[in-house]
Design a protein around this ligand. Structure first.
Ligand code: SF4
Ligand code: SF4
Length: 320
C-alpha cells in the first residue's frame, strides 16, 4: 500500500476530519525535498502539525522552530540551560518544585542534540518522503478503533507513555520512534495553548511499519463492527428512564426480562441464536418454517445483542 492509499483507508474507515500527518526527522546530510517549504515565520512543532494537516508540506530546520523545548527534545538544537534545569517549569507554575521538574525532564524521551537536521511534515496522502511516524488527530472513539485495529492484527494490548508535558515532540515523535510502538497524547499546555487542537480531540502517533497492518484491520472492522457501534445497536430503549426500581415491580421466579419476538418479521436466519451469549434462543420449526423462540428466558441478561443483530428488528425486550 502506498501512502495515498493508506491515507484514504484511514480517512474513510474512521471518518477522519483531519489528514493524518507524516513526520520525518531529517538525518544529517539529507537533501531537502523540492516540494517542502520553510514556513514564512517560525512555528512551534505542534503548530507545524496543524499546518501539515491543512495540506502544507513543511521543511523545518532549527531556525523555523519557535519552541526551544520542542527543538531540543527532537534533537535539532542544544536545550537551553533554563529549560534543561527545570527552572522555567517552576516560573510557569507547571511543576511544584525543582526536584519534580528534574525528574520529569530526566524520564522524558529525547534525542541527543545535533542528531537531526530538520523536521519534515506533510499530509500522509501527499508525502513524497519516508516518514518516521504518522500523527493522527482523533476523537476518543476513533482512537479506540485504531487500538482495536492493532489488537486485531496482533492480538496484543497497547501500552502508552505520556505525561501531559511536551506532547507533540516527546510523546508523538521521540517516544514512538524509540520504542517502535504506537503512542497516545492528550496534548500539553503548549500544544493546546498554541495550536488548533479541539478540547474533544487527542493525538495518536503510529510508527510507519504499523500503518499497513492497522489499515488492513480497519478495512475488516469497517465491514460490520464500526458501523454497528456508530449506530448504537445495543442501546437499551429504557436508558433514558433508568432510576430506582419502581416498588410495584416485584422479583418473580425465573426471568425479569420479557423477550418479545415478532414472528411475522422473523426471517428464521438464526442470527440472534448465534449471537446470544447465554443460549436463550433457539430456532423452532413451525407452520411457516423456522422461527426463533426464547426457550430459556431466565438465562437472559438483557445484553441486547439479539435485538441489535436482528436485521428485521424483530426482537424487543422489556422488564416485568
Ligand atoms: S435475527 Fe431476527 S430474523 Fe433472524 S432469527 Fe432472530 S429474530 Fe428472526
Ligand atoms: S438479550 Fe442477550 S442474553 Fe438475552 S436473549 Fe438477547 S442475546 Fe441472549
Amino acid at each position: 500500500m502506498d501512502y495515498q492509499e493508506l491515507s484514504r483507508i484511514f480517512k474513510e474507515t474512521l471518518s477522519l476530519r483531519w489528514d493524518p500527518v507524516a513526520v520525518r526527522l531529517v538525518r544529517m546530510g539529507e537533501e531537502r525535498p523540492p516540494e517542502a517549504v520553510e514556513p514564512p515565520v517560525p512555528l512551534r512543532h505542534c503548530q507545524s502539525i496543524i499546518a501539515a494537516r491543512r495540506g502544507n508540506c513543511l521543511y523545518m530546520p532549527p531556525r523555523s522552530h519557535a519552541c526551544p523545548d520542542g527543538a531540543g527534545i527532537l534533537g535539532l538544537v542544544e536545550m537551553s540551560p533554563k529549560l534543561r534545569s527545570g527552572e522555567l517549569y517552576l516560573l510557569f507554575k507547571k511543576m511544584p518544585d525543582l526536584e519534580t521538574a528534574r525528574k520529569m525532564i530526566a524520564t522524558r524521551p529525547e534525542f541527543p542534540a545535533g542528531e537531526y537536521e530538520a523536521t519534515l511534515l506533510a499530509p500522509l496522502g501527499a508525502a513524497a518522503f519516508a516518514p518516521d511516524v504518522v500523527i493522527f488527530t482523533l476523537w476518543p472513539e476513533q482512537a479506540m478503533w485504531m487500538c482495536c485495529a492493532l489488537t486485531y492484527a496482533t492480538g496484543e494490548r497497547q501500552y502508552f507513555k505520556t505525561s501531559g508535558f511536551n506532547s507533540t515532540c516527546a510523546d508523538l515523535v521521540v517516544q514512538p520512534m524509540q520504542s517502535g510502538a504506537m503512542n497516545i497524547s492528550f496534548g500539553c499546555y503548549g500544544a493546546r495553548a498554541a495550536s488548533e487542537i479541539n478540547d474533544f480531540e487527542l493525538y495518536l502517533s503510529v510508527p510507519v511499519p504499523l500503518l499497513e497492518p492497522i489499515a488492513r484491520s480497519l478495512l475488516k472492522l469497517s465491514q460490520k463492527s464500526i458501523p454497528e457501534e456508530r449506530q448504537k445497536i445495543y442501546l437499551h430503549p429504557v436508558l433514558d428512564k433508568v432510576g430506582p426500581r419502581r416498588p410495584e415491580v416485584k422479583e418473580t421466579a425465573g426471568s425479569r426480562v420479557e423477550i418479545f419476538i415478532d414472528t411475522e418479521r422473523c426471517l428464521g436466519d438464526g442470527l440472534c441464536v448465534a449471537f446470544c451469549p447465554a443460549g436463550v434462543l433457539a430456532l423452532v420449526e413451525g407452520e411457516g418454517g423456522k422461527r426463533v423462540q426464547a426457550l430459556y428466558p431466565e438465562k437472559c441478561s438483557a445484553c441486547y445483542t439479539c435485538a441489535g443483530q436482528c436485521p428485521e428488528r424483530a426482537i424487543q425486550l422489556s422488564y416485568r
